[in-house]
Design a protein around this ligand. Structure first.
Ligand code: GLY
Length: 571
C-alpha cells in the first residue's frame, strides 16, 4: 500500500528537451522530478533534501539494499545534486539503530589541520578575522565524509560500486538543476569568483536557471577514484594531491599527512529514556545535541507540556527557558572531548537539571544579560539531513555539512568538489560569535587535530523498544532546538509528523537573548510573550526537518520539510 502527497510540482523544461534515461540501471529521470512531501508505505522509506537523492535511496532499497545502503547512496548523490550542502568535502554524523538492537554513532566531523593554531584567525591587534574563518582555503577543516561513508559501509549489504554509481552517473551525464539551486548558485557567484584559484564550473557568464543541465566531469572522476580505490581514492593519491595543490595556491594549510591520517570514529551513542515509553538515541560530542537534547528533554519531562499545548504562551516560555539554559552550558563547557574534559554526566544528570530548573520562573522571561549579543546569518545554515528506514527494522539518521552554503566557496581545482568552511565552528576567539551567533570559550578553542563543536543532532526514538521516529535537520544552532521541538510536538502534543515538520518553529540560544520565530507563529502568543519580557524576532525558515515515523501496525510515514525541495520516497 502506498499513498503519496505531491507538493506543487515544478516540471522542468528540460524534461521535454532531453530523453528519459536510466542511471546505473536504476529507474531515475534526472531531467524531470518534483518534490514529494509525504509518503505512506510498508517496506521502506527515505527522506532527504533533494528529490533525485531520495529517488536514488528508494531504488537502492528496491534492489535489495538495506537502510544503510540507501543512506550511503543518498549521501553520495547529494554531493552531486545538492552542492550547497551535500558533500564529499565536508563532514557529519551518522546515528543508526540496527534491526539486531545495536546502536551506531559514527563521527566523521572535520578536524583542524595539524598546522592550525589557537589564534590563527586573529590579526596582530588580536581582532577576530571572520573573513578567514568563514571563507576560502583557510576556513576548511580536514574533510571526514568519505571516511564516514566507508565506516557506514560495514553495516551495508550491497557492493560499494552499486551505491556510488548513481552519483557518478549524475555527475558525468548531468541533471537538470531546480529553481532553488539556480537561485542559490546565482547568489554565490561573487564568492565563487573570490575564493577560487581555478574557475569552477559553478561560475557562469549568464544567470543559472531552473532546468539548466549541470555536468560535473571532475567530480565524476573523483567519485570513480573513490569507487576503485576506496577511502584512499580520496585521502591519498591523485585526489589528495589536488587538495594540497589547491591549498598551496590559496594559502591554505591542509597537508597530505592531514588527509592520510584522517579517521572516522565509531563512538558510543547517547541513549537516554524519556518518560516510561521512549528511548532517545542521539550523537555524542563533538555533536552538541548529545548533551543539549538530554538536558532539554529532562528539563521538560515533569512539566505539564501536554496541558499547555502547542505554541501557547506557557509551552513556548518553558521551552525557550530550557533552550536558554542548555545553550548557556554549550558556550561554556562543550568541545571535542578527545581534547578537553567535558562534564557530560554531570551536565545531563537529574540533580544538575533540577538545580538549573530553579532558574525557571513560571511568570517571567529569563535574561541572558551578562555577555554581548551575537548575530545570526540565517541564509548560511546549509547543512543537510537524511533518514532511511527499511522493512527489517534498520533506521539511519545522517546529518552532513559543508557549514555555510557551498562551504568555503572553494572548489578543489581538477577534483570538482567544494571544501567546507567548518573551522568557523570553533570558538576562534572567546566571546566572538560564529556565523550562527554562537559564542564559545576554552573548551571549543582551536587545536591541531581537534574536531570543532557541532549542533548537528541526528536522532532516533524508540517507543516500547521499537523504532518510532527517525529525525534530523540542518539549521546551524537551530538544529538542536528544532529536533527538541519535533520530539515534543509528536510525543507530548500528539501531532502528526507532517504538522511537527511543517508548523512554525521557534528558537532561543541564550545569546542573542531573543526568541526567533518563523512566519506563522501565532501573533497572540507573540504579544503575550512580549508582555512577559521577551524580545521576539521574526526570521526566515528554521531548518528543514525530515521525519520518518513508524506506526504500531508497521505503516511507515516519511515527511520532507515544506521549507525546501525535500522529498520523501517509499515503497
Ligand atoms: N556547521 C554546522 C554545525 O555543525 O553545527
Amino acid at each position: 500500500m502506498i499513498q503519496k502527497t505531491t507538493s506543487k510540482a515544478f516540471v522542468l523544461l528540460a524534461a521535454i528537451i532531453f530523453p528519459f534515461f536510466s542511471i546505473a540501471q536504476i529507474n531515475i529521470n534526472p531531467y524531470a522530478y518534483s518534490p514529494q512531501k509525504k509518503v505512506e508505505c510498508t517496506k521502506g522509506a527515505v527522506v532527504s533534501a533533494h528529490p533525485l537523492a531520495s529517488k536514488v535511496g528508494v531504488e537502492i532499497m528496491k534492489k535489495g539494499g538495506n537502510a544503510m545502503d540507501a543512506a550511503i547512496a543518498m549521501q553520495l548523490a547529494l554531493a552531486v545534486v545538492y552542492p550547497g550542502a551535500g558533500n564529499i568535502g565536508g563532514g557529519g554524523f551518522t546515528v543508526a539503530r540496527l534491526a539486531n538492537g545495536k546502536n551506531l554513532a559514527i563521527d566523521f566531523r572535520e578536524k583542524a589541520p595539524d598546522n592550525a593554531s589557537r589564534n590563527m584567525y586573529l590579526n596582530q591587534k588580536g581582532d577576530a578575522q571572520l573573513e578567514l574563518s568563514q571563507n576560502g582555503h583557510l576556513s576548511s577543516g580536514v574533510p571526514g565524509t568519505v571516511a564516514g561513508i566507508f565506516t557506514e559501509l560495514k553495516y551495508a549489504r550491497l557492493p560499494f560500486r552499486k551505491l556510488i554509481q548513481p552519483a557518478i552517473d549524475l555527475a558525468e551525464d548531468g541533471f537538470a538543476i531546480s529553481e532553488a539551486e539556480a537561485r542559490n548558485l546565482n547568489a554565490a557567484q561573487a564568492s565563487f569568483k573570490k575564493y577560487n584559484t581555478m574557475t569552477p564550473l559553478f561560475i557562469k557568464s549568464t544567470a543559472w536557471k531552473a532546468g539548466d543541465t549541470l555536468i560535473q566531469k571532475d567530480l565524476a572522476k573523483t567519485l570513480k577514484l573513490i569507487r576503485d580505490d576506496g577511502a584512499k581514492g580520496f585521502y591519498e593519491g591523485e585526489t589528495a594531491d589536488l587538495i594540497v595543490a589547491e591549498m598551496k595556491r590559496g594559502n591554505g594549510i591542509m597537508t597530505l599527512d592531514d588527509l592520510k591520517n584522517y579517521t572516522a570514529k565509531e563512538r558510543e551513542a547517547v541513549v537516554f529514556p524519556y518518560k516510561s515509553d521512549y528511548t532517545i538515541i542521539t550523537m555524542p560530542l563533538p555533536a552538541s545535541g548529545g548533551v543539549l537534547l538530554p538536558q532539554m528533554m529532562r528539563m521538560v519531562e515533569d512539566q505539564p507540556l501536554k496541558r499547555y499545548g502547542f505554541e501557547t504562551k506557557e509551552s513556548v516560555h518553558l521551552m525557550v527557558e530550557v533552550e536558554r539554559l542548555a545553550y548557556a552550558d554549550r558556550a561554556k563547557f562543550l568541545g571535542d572531548k578527545d581534547f578537553v574534559k567535558v562534564p557530560v554526566k554531570l551536565l545531563t544528570s537529574y540533580p544538575y537539571i533540577i538545580q538549573r530548573m530553579k532558574l525557571y520562573d513560571l511568570e517571567k522571561a529569563g535574561n541572558s544579560k551578562d555577555i554581548q549579543a551575537g548575530h545570526i546569518l540565517p541564509e548560511s545554515e546549509e547543512t543537510t539531513h537524511l533518514n532511511t528506514y527499511d522493512k527489517e527494522g534498520n533506521a539511519v539518521s545522517i546529518t552532513t555539512t559543508l557549514n555555510g552554503e557551498y562551504g568555503s566557496s572553494t572548489v578543489v581545482g581538477g577534483a570538482g568538489f567544494l571544501l567546507n568552511n567548518e573551522m568557523d565552528d570553533f570558538s576562534i576567539k572567546p566571546g566572538v560569535p560564529n556565523m550562527y551567533g554562537a559564542v564559545g570559550g576554552e573548551a571549543n578553542a582551536i587545536a591541531p587535530g581537534k574536531r570543532m563543536l557541532s549542533s548537528m543532532t541526528p536522532t532516533i526514538v524508540l517507543k516500547d523498544n521499537k523504532p518510532f521516529l527517525v529525525v534530523g535537520t540542518p539549521g546551524g544552532t537551530t538544529i538542536t532546538t528544532s529536533v527538541f521541538q519535533t520530539l515534543i510536538d509528536i510525543i507530548e502534543f500528539g501531532m502528526s509528523p507532517e504538522d511537527a515538520v511543517n508548523k512554525p518553529k521557534f528558537h532561543h540560544q541564550w545569546l542573542p537573548d531573543v526568541i526567533f520565530v518563523e512566519k506563522g507563529f501565532p501573533s497572540d502568543v507573540k504579544e503575550e510573550l512580549i508582555k512577559m519580557g521577551y524580545k521576539i524576532m521574526e526570521r526566515e525558515a528554521i531548518g528543514r526537518t525530515e521525519v520518518i515515523q513508524i506506526m504500531p501496525d508497521g505503516k511507515i510515514i516519511a515527511v520532507g520539510d515544506r521549507r525546501g525541495e525535500d522529498t520523501a520516497e517509499g515503497y
